[in-house]
Design a protein around this ligand. Sequence first.
Ligand code: KG4
Ligand code: ZN
Length: 333
Amino acid sequence: MIVLGIETSCDETAAAVIDYQGSEWRLLSEVVSSQIALHQEYGGVVPELASREHLTNLPLVVEEALVTAGISLEELDGIGVTRGPGLKGCLLMGYCYAKGLSLAHDIPFLGVNHIEGHILAPMLDNPSLSFPYLCLVVSGGHTEIVEVHGVGDYKLIARTIDDAAGEAFDKSAHLLGFPYPGGAALSRLADTRESSRFLLPRVMREQAGFSFSGLKTAIALLLKRQGTIDEETKGELAFTIQESIVDALVYKLKGALASSSIRTVALTGGVSANRRLRREVEKLKADVYFPQMNHCMDNGAMIAFTAALRFARGETTSLDTEVFGRWPVEELS
Ligand code: KG4
Ligand code: ZN
């Protein structure tokens, strides 16, 4: 089965083609066009600009994915496209474009949940990973621990009550003067240090769920006390910010492992590219899996893979459907 996957839920226009044969699969192509440069001067994603950019990029990105794969539209057995959650205007661009292709070329159509895509990305890259596993989803918009029992069978264990981990990285990075999105750059600086003079509160250890909004207040106050900061101070602050976020994630993951019989852990989402986090999670008493670095961030491959798994179960989505801004994975089946 040859499936095209399309992703436009936020600021990446992405497409991929997968050849899925049940127990085996192979990515034939993948293309990602990032809009980071476009949004950088505004310090965050501007939804209207993002939607327009998707519209411009979609035909080019999809064409490139098909040409690289050596597959024509007529050879496709299915098109999967992100249906939600995400920015509605952005989702609509990909969803309508995919509907058009499906209708014009009579190709089966499937709306994919973006977070399910992230949850299954570790499996895409590690065929030895099998259900059930505990998945820590850490992206720019989502932070949750999910028990993954099978395709569409997800039990939510913990979720953030405010900011997501990636957002905490990006907002902290912004306070330290890094351009948007900043998380990866902050982490690169943090990795050059081994200690820090500064201490930040350990984030919400007692209650269930995650909370990162207090972190940015603590950093803002600390910066106010410091006045202007030199490079040395900036490095030490980056180190302590990363420690604080990683500590919260690993602490809650440990708790979830302790109260579950599942001994397999998978990380996913943009923040799962974080080296410090990967190192700490590898110390857990569990089999640990990560997606490839290029599948941590938003990509079309995870959408193509998820669609293939669902097409293989005989599922399709009617063309007479809408996108979802909000679409929790625990509501899937
Ligand atoms: O999964 P993703 O591409 O988009 C969403 O679905 O949100 O995640 C993007 C997030 C951004 O907040 C970015 O700063 C963060 O992942 N990120 C990192 C690293 N690489 C990306 N955060 C910390 N360390 C990194 N190495
Ligand atoms: Zn994402």
